[in-house]
Design a binder for this molecule. Sequence first.
Ligand code: NDP
Length: 338
Amino acid sequence: NRRIVLASRPKGAPTQENFRLEEVAKPVPSEGEVLLRSIYLSLDPYMRGRMSDAPSYAPPVDIDAVMVGGTVCQIEDSRNPEFEKGEWVLSYSGWQLYAVSDGSDLTKLGKNPTNPSFALGILGMPGFTAYMGLLDIGRPKQEDTLVVAAATGPVGSTVGQIGKIKGCRRVVGVAGGQEKCSYAKETLGFDECLDHKAPDFADQLKMACPDGIDIYYENVGGKVFDAVLPLLNVGARIPVCGLVSRYNATKLPDGPDRLSLLMGTILVKRIKVQGFIIFDDYGHRYDEFAQDMTEMLKTGKIHYREQIVEHLESAPEAFIGMLEGKNFGKLVIKVNSE
Ligand code: NDP
């Protein structure tokens, strides 16, 4: 068995030294357990939070423990009558080739799923996050202008496309670089997509939102939020999903202090700002999402892009790159291709 453990806690951006590859014995399932062979490993921004021991909504990964992560696995050996050898499951077995489970944390994906890795993306946690955050907190209406950053990632791309399906008048994406922006417009159907690295990004956003912003689906924070704030309309909604621009930050941003400007805007414009943690807040609505999203995928209403990187050993570099925007689409490691 091979696995990647957390060797040390990053200060700022994670580096290769924060991870360690280990060779260990292949686990053996006891009575009632199954042996899982990882096929796909999901890499997600929240893992940066788990590498840190700062207080959060979930406990940190311990030093020397296997990095956490959602996986799609095949049952390699079963001593649990509920599972058969060869069956596919969604698991949470982390950055390793093999793991054992008593089955209680597994979701069955069938014997021959069409796109097993989709369970880590569009049909799993990121897709669900986009769907609930936009529909339940964002509450899109036909006259709305919706803005979302990380617009080609699994969350942002889904938010924008659902916004169009729900009839939003204007959907404006924000992404890193022209290639991603063109994809958001041409393939995902965004009305506009702007590069947040452009020096005049704030002016471009103002031009792209002539009627202001009604929903800002917050994925990144930082400069994108600064540019959004003055454009928010009365009654705007802000589902606060993630703040990826700050995940590697070691201190608060330099002044001036903008808190009173923020609170003043929220007050005067009667803005609704709501954070959410997907499975804690909406776990009970997963089936409703899965049904709806499966249908939207089947009918071609939703496009989904994956970036599949081979080999478990590539996970640290791919993960570090994702926090800097090097991924293009949902980042997935194909674990057992070696
Ligand atoms: P992505 O695959 O979109 O990856 C993160 C992206 O963030 C990068 O590709 C990059 O895209 C963008 N980014 C990084 N730094 C900056 C920056 N300084 N300014 C602007 N953009 C930046 O990730 P996901 O779709 O998986 O996740 C999107 C967000 O949703 C994250 O914040 C994540 O933490 C959050 N999330 C929250 C959940 C919840 O329950 N609340 C559940 C799941 C996800 P680009 O190159 O386009 O800038």
